[in-house]
Design a protein around this ligand. Sequence first.
Ligand SMILES: [Zn+2]
Ligand SMILES: [Zn+2]
Length: 665
Amino acid sequence: VYAGSITHKYPVCWRCKTPVVLRATEQWVIRVSKLKDRLIEEAKRVKWIPDWALQRMLNMLENVQDWVISRQRYWGTPLPVWVCEKGHTVVVGSVQEIKSLGGEAPQDLHRPWIDEVELKCPVCGGRMRRVSDVVDVWLDSGVAFYASRKHPSELDPGEVQVDFIVEGHDQVRGWFFSLLRSGVIGFGSSPYKTVLVHGFALDEKGREMHKSLGNYVGTDEAIERVGRDPLRLWLLSNTTWEDLKFSWRSIEEVGSDLNIAWNVYLFASTYMNLDKFDPARHPLELYLGKLRFEDKWLLSRFTRMMLKVAESFEEYRVHDAVRELRRFIVEDVSHWYLRIVRPRIWVEEETEDKLAAYSVLYYVLRNWLIAASPVIPFFTEFIYQNVFRELEGVESIHLFDWPSPRLDLIDEDVEREMEVIRVLADKVAAARMKAGLKLRQPVRSVIVFTDKRDVVNVVEKHVSLLRRILNSREVEVREARRVEELVEYRLKPVYKRLGPRLRELTGLALKRIMERQGDIARELLSKGYYELDIDGTRVRIEAGDVEVSVGYVRGYSVEESPLGTIALDTSLTDREVGEGLARDLVRRIQVMRKMMNLELNEKIETSIKAPEDKKNLLKPFIDYMRGETGSLKIELVDEIPEGEGFVREWDIEGEVYVVMVKRIG
Ligand SMILES: [Zn+2]
Ligand SMILES: [Zn+2]
């Protein structure tokens, strides 16, 4: 026999680092492996969100092990097993059973009192004592679905299955598993119907957050810094089952969405109050036959958004619901609908057209608030109390039923048409950016080159809306091939090929080629060659002899899109320059009104000292500026009189404008 020593690794205590020995001991076990097929069957009956949670569970069940339920510790749920001297055992299931086995139940069923309880062996009549073990904590959590209700023998079948549980993705092998085992062992069925899995909160780089790493952000700190509802909205926007990467910047984006929503309500309520709009007297019903295109569009979008939000909530895809709500209020209401209806609302008289816009806005904003209230409870309640409470009567936003969508408001044609308009607006915005023209600067024309019937129809049908949105005096459609009119070709001769062939004619040929770039390019593109006559010699130019490049004629900024080619006329006449300047001034006068804390209906008088050469450009737009700024009078002056009003100097396109605003009365 050989004896010697070997060096090997051994485990240490996780806490005090003392070496420990692995030792086989006798334990109490539940033979779960016998239930494998039942467990798999039951797991498949559960709705797992997302799907991969089921796959993970099934992978684990394929290799399911027996469940070691005993632990050698003091604290814990005492293992309810009594053993007599001859080795007979009973597993006790209730206080009643303790009594019927001749024991006396203590007040408290935990250790040390339960250890005192002696039973009489039902087989041999001998003395039975409890084993000293406690149970695995997963057994406790595994019976959570009924533990707080009644003794299992008193439960109805319907009471042993809960509708819904939610936990982190690490719990597939933890809690979800221990519950499933307990349910199948105890009642033959899964104890839950639906499982939602959530991710973990990590830092921006995807690492776990730890105080020791310095990347830990506490909930209190986040609430303090960004507020409860922005934090909540941000958390809920994250795909529930994916890990969440914490970043202040992305929370701030959510904050800016809330800001936009806030301004939407502020705008709507300010003007509705000013006009004393009463939704009870002017419900949406009254205006359904009198809606404009953009109203129908908003109502249709709203209805489909609400359907999607409801469906997402029902399927536990909270993040989808939240994203829909955000997108709708930011993109559809603020950036689009309000931009279009503002002029209708700014009209002073009580027109039917204005009331129609109000009734649409009221309907949409009231119901959006209700739909958003579960995810931003404080924000929505605050707005409700300040804007809607008096009109609606109900005590709190949180007491409303879910608004039932009106399917009759869905209009797919209207949505399709508006989608075309939105794409055109995006493309024109890009063309403006390229040409350095702000949206406030009116342009002479926008041309859409397309053969697409639906695009042509939309432009023709909604030309006045398009003029307004694109801020262009003209919007027209031309056949796609006519884009040629704007195209300018450039040729670059390939000397390597031309030189050896033309020899002494080369110089002259190159001169001719450069003179006729457009013609040559067009024929090359259509026929594949071009014949040049050089002092009686015919020279054939072929595709490889020159490189053709395409540009657009100066004066246009062009964008390609799936709808067609969109060209913006960038040449400005006095009229466009004047109108652009007038709009710039309007915006600045409005800023000054704000600085003076003027109410919307307060009137002013305005004096403007403009550069000499701009005065004539501005004159045709004085009326327009008066209307937009609530000015009873606007004067173009040589000098601003001193001490008569609020004066401010502005720089517009590198030139100085002095503006004085005087409050009337
Ligand atoms: Zn230790
Ligand atoms: Zn016995």
